[in-house]
Write a protein that binds this ligand. Sequence first.
Ligand code: C5P
Length: 207
Amino acid sequence: MKILITAGPTREYLDDVRFLSNASSGRMGLAIAQAATDAGHQVVLVCGPIELPPPPGCEVVDVEGTRDMYDACMARFAECDGVIAAAAVCDYGPRERHSGKLSKTGEGLSLELVEMPDILAELGRRKEHRWSIGFALESQDPHAHAVDKLRRKNCDAILLNRPSAIGADDNAIELIDTSGETVVSWTGRKTDIARRLIEWIDQHFGG
Ligand code: C5P
């Protein structure tokens, strides 16, 4: 199969030197990209700014802003069989980007934030025969929130994990399918979880 994978954070700039972002290392997305190429799949990896090198053998599209990630995904999804959205996308960004560097004025500064486009939700609208899998990082009422995301984004499965996953080498993930039930749970190294996820995808969507 040809699989679109998003990974890493996105950045939303307030001015030319400052941005809003998050602490995503991209590890989970890279581990999935590696596992998918190891299993013989073609991978288009749309990746936000991260320190780690992408696995060899996948086609990497480097992006920085949420809208860049959105455009890259919309441009490449049609040629793919499915998408795994592991990116930690900014939900909000500044309404405007100031040119140059904002200076201190001695007073407070209010930022107006606007909602960013939801990439996975839009892919879910456009997917037709393709499959889509998202992540849900939840702390409160995790299962219900994850199921809500699965439905809103029209996913075939959602991978529920907790904030402790951010930046870590290990993870604990529940896979929830369209029944709304947890059908499998994995704990351990992100690389091992990624391999099991690709096996699950092969069994369910591999034809
Ligand atoms: O941020 P949220 O919890 O809604 O993320 C759930 C899923 O949706 C993740 O797979 C994430 O990659 C994806 N997402 C996205 N575009 C956004 C927000 C989230 O693709 N703007």
